[in-house]
Design a protein around this ligand. Structure first.
Ligand code: NDP
Length: 276
């Protein structure tokens, strides 16, 4: 029997996950059916939708905004990554067991270090934003042993909270506001704010990009976002958006569910929107 999977979010029409998992299934010869579910936004709506999917025999879900915290709460078991992120982007069902994981951070690191071939070890890394995506990236980033990891956020308390989590895991993370970035330069700068989704830019000083820096926009499919434009205008040659992160986190979930890791190159090529 064909195993059923889906992505749940709200809105969900824009999701590329069915296309991505369909291509992975084709390439690996896996017999799966992957759909999309618009989760109801009211109280209990997420749990009801997941209950129904499980009752129909669903094997696993990807979770996108705004349900990553609900998925974390729904699970009966959570990976350490999900625990530390406080959020889940994938679940698998096995009878009464619901196991949650979070592949966003590992997907991002894989895209940067393998696909883009930009090492993080020994480099100065700046993360803009302290929401769910930054949280998920925290430990995978620390595992790469950067020389420095700085998290800047408008609400500095949220950045401090991530710095505390990092310290509790034995890593060194500095938290600051945007004004504190003046005069500092970084080798890798990640825009993990949601500003680009509204065609806005976090108030980052143009001088934060070191010569030969990588500027990475976590949002995808938006072309040259205001953040990437600033990077380019500052002379940065290496810019990327989050399409590779999307493809890599999906590949990690696919591996987790099916035991085979699909190659991501074709999916990245298919989904890439030129950065102009
Ligand atoms: P959250 O809503 O959890 O966090 C939003 C963050 O953005 C907060 O730190 C907030 O700061 C900051 N922010 C919002 N607007 C601005 C602004 N105008 N200026 C400065 N800071 C701002 O979002 P997520 O962490 O879930 O998502 C962040 C980004 O990552 C999105 O673009 C999303 O599309 C992308 N993403 C990409 C994925 C991929 O696979 N490529 C996967 C997951 C996310 P404050 O706390 O001060 O309000």
């Amino acid at each position: 029997m064909t195993d059923r999977y889906a992505v749940i979010g709200n809105p969900i029409a824009q999701s590329k996950s069915p296309l991505i998992h369909g291509l992975y299934a084709q390439a690996t010869g896996q017999d799966i059916d992957y759909g999309k579910i618009e989760g109801p936004l009211g109280p209990g709506g997420f749990a009801q939708a997941v209950d129904a999917f499980r009752a129909e025999g669903g094997r696993g879900l990807n979770i996108t905004a705004p349900f990553k915290l609900d998925a974390f709460a729904y699970a009966t078991e959570r990976s350490q990554r999900a625990e530390l992120a406080g959020a889940a982007n994938a679940m698998t069902f096995d009878g009464e067991r619901v196991v949650a994981d979070n592949f966003d951070g590992v997907g991002l690191v894989r895209d940067v270090t393998r696909n883009l071939a930009v090492p993080m070890t020994g480099r100065r890394v700046l993360v803009l934003g302290a929401g769910g995506a930054a949280r998920g990236a925290l430990l995978p980033f620390l595992a790469e042993r950067p020389a420095e990891l700085v998290i800047a956020n408008r609400d500095v308390d949220k950045a401090r909270e991530l710095a505390r989590i990092g310290a509790a895991e034995g890593g060194s993370v500095a938290a600051c506001g945007y004004a504190d970035l003046a005069g500092q330069r970084f080798d890798l700068v990640f825009n993990a704010t949601s500003a680009s989704l509204r065609a806005e830019r976090p108030p980052v000083p143009a001088g934060v990009f070191a010569a030969s820096a990588l500027a990475y926009e976590l949002a995808y499919g938006k072309g040259l976002t205001p953040f990437l434009r600033l990077a380019r205008e500052s002379g940065v040659e290496r810019i990327a958006d989050g399409v590779g992160m999307l493809a890599e986190q999906a590949a990690e979930a696919f591996l987790w569910w099916r035991g085979v890791r699909p190659d991501t190159a074709d999916v990245i090529r298919t989904l890439t929107v030129p950065l102009v």
